[in-house]
Design a protein. Structure first.
Length: 189
């Protein structure tokens, strides 16, 4: 049986507060996902807060079952962005839906990437992240971030918005690269 996060999961790490999203976050999520800058490389989202609330209600059921987790990251009490852990299997999962405000606190998106993978490996006990969804080939910043934490390219797929690069991230590669990326964001271990 897979390990689950507690229903009231919260974490403070590297200057960010992390918690599970709720219906009250629907408007923030819609604004993030429909922002012209952010939406270039992600799946289209309808700008309908009520529809997002309906999706979040069904997500909360999947969360209770331990199938997926939608994390919200805050800095200084202000929401900065979101990241998801989903399609969980015994030893692997997918991370994605990594979207942050264009004016997010400095390095909060990279810190969130580190924290999310720490949760995947430490709290949920997965051995690797298997990215079957991929990262849009034009989203160089995210591709570089994935490589910087140890992600290894394994394939690609094509869809309407272009070519998507697929990466695997093994636990041992992440921890080998974590000190370097933490130093980059100003954190000393």
């Amino acid at each position: 049986m897979m390990t689950k996060l507690p229903e009231n999961f919260e974490l403070d790490r590297y200057g960010l507060h992390v918690r599970l999203v709720g219906e009250e976050d629907a408007e923030f999520i819609v604004k993030l996902r429909t922002n012209e800058h952010n939406s270039r490389y992600i799946h289209d989202t309808v700008a309908d807060v009520e529809q997002q609330k309906v999706w979040l209600r069904s997500y909360k059921q999947r969360e209770l079952e331990g199938k997926e987790y939608y994390l919200l990251f805050e800095a200084n009490g202000e929401p900065q962005g979101v990241y998801r852990i989903y399609n969980r299997h015994e030893d692997w999962c997918i991370t994605g839906s990594w979207v942050f405000k264009p004016n997010a606190e400095r390095n909060s998106a990279l810190k969130a990437m580190i924290i999310t993978h720490e949760i995947v490996f430490e709290d949920l006990g997965h051995d690797y992240v298997h990215d079957v969804d991929g990262i849009n080939e034009n989203n160089r910043g995210v591709i570089n971030a994935m490589k910087s934490i140890g992600g290894k390219f394994w394939g690609e797929r094509v869809e309407e918005k272009g070519k998507y690069m697929q990466f695997d991230l093994r636990k041992e590669d992440f921890y080998k690269n974590r000190p370097t990326i933490l130093r980059f964001v100003g954190i000393k271990l």
